[in-house]
Design a protein around this ligand. Sequence first.
Ligand SMILES: NC(=O)c1ccc[n+]([C@@H]2O[C@H](COP(=O)([O-])OP(=O)(O)OC[C@H]3O[C@@H](n4cnc5c(N)ncnc54)[C@H](O)[C@@H]3O)[C@@H](O)[C@H]2O)c1
Length: 355
Amino acid sequence: MVPKVNLKFGCARGQTSVSDPFTMRCSPIHPLTSRDPNTMRRAKISIIGAGNVGASCAMWAAAKELGDIVLVDIPDKVGVAQGKAIDLACCGPTERFDASIIGTSDYADVAKSDVIIVTAGIPRKPGMSRDDLIATNVKIVRSVSEQIAANAPDAVVILVSNPLDAMVYTAWKTTGFPTNRIVGQAGCLDVARFRTFIAGKIGCSVEDVSALLLGGHGDDMVPLASYTSVHGIPVSQLLSADEITACVERAKMGGGEVVKLMGTSAYYAPASGSILMAEAIIKDKKRILPCAAYCDSEYGVGGYFVGVPAVLGSSGVEKVIEIDLNAEEKALMDESVSHVKDLVGTVRETFPDLA
Ligand SMILES: NC(=O)c1ccc[n+]([C@@H]2O[C@H](COP(=O)([O-])OP(=O)(O)OC[C@H]3O[C@@H](n4cnc5c(N)ncnc54)[C@H](O)[C@@H]3O)[C@@H](O)[C@H]2O)c1
C-alpha cells in the first residue's frame, strides 16, 4: 500500500483547496475548468510585449499547445502583434496545435488569463548592463502591471523584462498581488545555458544534465556544482574543476555573448525558460524550477524576490525549497541578494510611489 503523505502546498487562486500533489487531480472549481465553455476549456496565456522574447514565448506556447494566446503591445505596434499572431496561428495545421492566437493593444483582451508573461521593455545593446535598463523599464512594467491588476486580477504573472529582480519587485508593488502569484524568469534560462555548456564539454545529451543555480540573473548567479549531475553521476567525476568553472563562466556571460554577436539580447532560450514555467503553472505540474521567488525567512533574505528553487503549480510559487549551502556558496548567495537589495533600493529612490 502506498503510504499517505500530507504535503502542504499553497491554495489555488481564490480557492479553498489545491490539487493533490500525488494524484495531480484538479479541484472541480479550478480556474482552468470554470471558464466560459466557448474557450473549449483551454488555458489562457497573455504575453505583454510582442517583440523578440514575447513572440518567441508565443511560439513555444503554441508548439506545446498550452492554450489560447494573447499577444499585447503598445498601440503603435499593434499591427506587429496582430501580424505575428496571424503568422503563428497559421503554423497550427503544420505543427498540429489548436489555439486561438490574437494580437492586440487592448488590455481588456487579457481578462481571465491564467498566466501573464511580461516581456515589455527595452533590451540591452552591446556595452550595456541589465541594470542600465532600470529607469525605462520600471515605467513600462509599472504601467503594464496596472493594466494586469485591473483586467486579470487572478492571473499568475511571470516577469521577464530586465533588470529582472527590479521588475519583479515593481510588478509586485504595483499589482498588489500575493507574492505567490508574482515570479521572475532568469534561473530557467541560466540553468539551461549551464546544462548546454556542460553537455557540450562532456559530449552527452543535454537531457541527462541536471543542475541547480541560485541568486540573480547572469553575472550574479550562484552556480552549485555540488548539485550538478549527469544522469545521477556528480559532474565532478566527469569534468575537472577548471572545466566546470569554464562552463559556469560561459553561462554567467551567456547573455552578454549573444548581445555582442546580435546587437540585441537573446530570445529563444529566455522564452523557452518562461514557457517552461508557464507550463508548470498551467498544468499544475509542481515542477521544481529555479525562479525569482519571494523569500522572507528563506535563505535569510528578508522580504525580496531572489533566484531560488521553487515548486511551481496552479497557485504560482507554491513553496520555496531551501537547500544546504557550503560557506563559499553562501557567501556568493549573500552577495547576489545584496545586489538585489541595491537594485530595489534604486527603484524605491527613483520611484517613491513604489517604496
Ligand atoms: N529575464 C530574462 O531571462 C531575459 C532574457 C532576455 C531578454 N530579457 C528582457 O526582456 C525584455 C524584452 O526583450 P526583447 O528582446 O523582446 O525586446 P523587444 O524590443 O524585441 O520587445 C519589447 C517589446 O515590448 C513592447 N513594449 C514596450 N512598452 C510596452 C508597453 N507599455 N506595453 C506593451 N508592450 C510594450 C515594445 O513595443 C516591444 O515590441 C527586455 O527588457 C530584455 O532585457 C530578459
